[in-house]
Write a protein that binds this ligand. Structure first.
Ligand SMILES: C[S@@+](CC[C@H](N)C(=O)[O-])C[C@H]1O[C@@H](n2cnc3c(N)ncnc32)[C@H](O)[C@@H]1O
Length: 281
C-alpha cells in the first residue's frame, strides 16, 4: 500500500497529467480508490458497460498491440522495443505518446545484451522469432525459403544460428535470455509486453506461452494479462498425410509486471505506476 496515493492526491495528479496532455482523453488511466486499505476497481457507483478491452481478437498485431498499450502502458512512459523489426506494432500508436527506443539485431543490438542501464525503462516490448524453423544452423535450412522469403525477412534476421540449443529449445533460450535482460533494464512496477506463439516441434505440442510464463515467474515477472490474436486468414499445411494436431492460427501478447521481491502477488498485481506516484508528489 505504501505506493498508493490517497484519492484526492491521485485525482489531482491525474487531472494535472490530463491538463498537460500526458494522458489523452479516452486513455484508460489506472484510477484507484482506497477503502480500508484495499484498492477498488469496481463500485456500485460505477457504470455498466460493454465498452471494455477484451482478451481475444480476430485482428492484426497492430490493432491488438494498440489495445495492450492503451490498457497497460500510460502515455509518457519510456519504452524499449528490442525486436522492432519493421515497426508493425507501432502503426496505430501516436509517435508522441511515448519515448520510444527502437532496436533490433538488424540494427546491431542484441535483445540479450541491451545498451541500457539497470531499471532505466518503464516498459520493454519483446517479439523475437517464435518458431524453431527460424533457428537453424544453416541459413539454407531456415523456414521461409523461396516464395516465403518475405515471411523469413519479417520474422528473423535471416541468419543461421551457429551456437547454442537447437529447435524449440533455441526458441525458448532466446525468450528466456531476453526476458532476463528485460527484467534488468525495467524498473520495479515496469511492464514487459511479450509476443509469442505456441508450436508443434518434432511432432510434440509445445505451449510456448506457458513455458515463458513459468520461467519468467522465477525472474520476478508476474503475468498480469494475456491477449489472444486470431489470424484473419486461414493458414495452410504442406506435405500432410494425416493431421495430428490442430493447426495454430492464434498467438499471444502477454503482459508481465516486474515485481518487488517479497511482495504478495495481490500487491504486485495492483502496484501503481511509479511515474504517476512521482508526478503527484
Ligand atoms: C517477429 S519479428 C518482429 C516484428 C516486429 N514486432 C514488428 O512489429 O515489425 C522478429 C524480429 O526479431 C529480430 N531478432 C532476432 N533475433 C534477435 C536478437 N537476438 N536480438 C534482437 N532482435 C532479434 C529479427 O531481426 C526480427 O526483426
Amino acid at each position: 500500500m505504501a505506493n498508493l496515493l490517497r484519492p484526492a492526491k491521485q485525482a489531482a495528479a491525474i487531472a494535472s497529467l490530463v491538463a498537460a496532455k500526458a494522458a489523452p482523453e479516452g486513455f484508460l488511466f489506472p484510477v484507484r480508490h482506497e477503502q480500508r486499505g484495499t484498492p477498488k476497481r469496481r463500485s456500485p457507483r460505477g457504470d455498466a458497460t460493454t465498452d471494455v478491452i477484451v482478451t481475444a481478437h480476430v485482428a492484426g498485431n497492430a490493432e491488438v498491440f494498440e489495445q495492450v498499450m492503451n490498457l497497460h502502458v500510460p502515455p509518457g512512459w519510456m519504452v524499449a522495443d528490442v525486436t522492432f523489426g519493421k515497426g508493425v506494432f507501432w502503426q496505430r500508436i501516436p509517435l508522441n505518446r511515448y519515448t520510444l527506443h527502437a532496436s533490433d539485431l538488424k540494427t546491431g543490438v542484441d535483445c540479450r545484451r541491451l545498451p541500457y542501464a539497470d531499471g532505466s525503462h518503464d516498459c520493454v516490448v519483446l517479439d523475437p522469432p517464435y518458431m524453431e524453423g527460424l533457428f537453424r544452423r544453416s541459413k539454407d535450412h531456415l523456414a521461409g525459403a523461396g516464395s516465403y522469403a518475405a515471411f523469413r525477412d519479417h520474422y528473423s534476421n535471416g541468419e543461421g544460428t551457429s551456437i547454442g540449443p537447437k529447435y524449440h529449445a533455441a526458441v525458448l533460450d532466446l525468450y528466456f535470455r531476453a526476458g532476463t535482460e528485460a527484467h534488468r533494464v525495467l524498473r520495479v512496477g515496469g511492464v514487459l509486453v511479450v509476443k509469442c506463439q505456441d508450436e508443434v516441434s518434432a511432432n510434440q505440442q509445445r505451449l510456448t506461452h506457458v513455458e515463458i510464463i513459468n520461467e519468467y515467474a522465477k525472474l520476478g515477472l508476474f503475468a498480469k494479462d494475456l491477449f489472444v490474436v486470431v489470424r484473419k486468414n486461414r493458414p495452410g499445411m504442406s506435405r500432410v498425410i494425416k493431421q495430428e494436431h490442430a493447426r495454430k492460427n492464434h498467438s499471444y501478447f502477454i503482459v508481465f509486471l516486474k515485481t518487488c521481491p517479497g511482495r504478495s502477488v495481490r500487491a504486485r498485481a495492483t502496484a501503481r505506476p511509479q511515474r504517476v506516484a512521482e508526478a503527484a508528489k
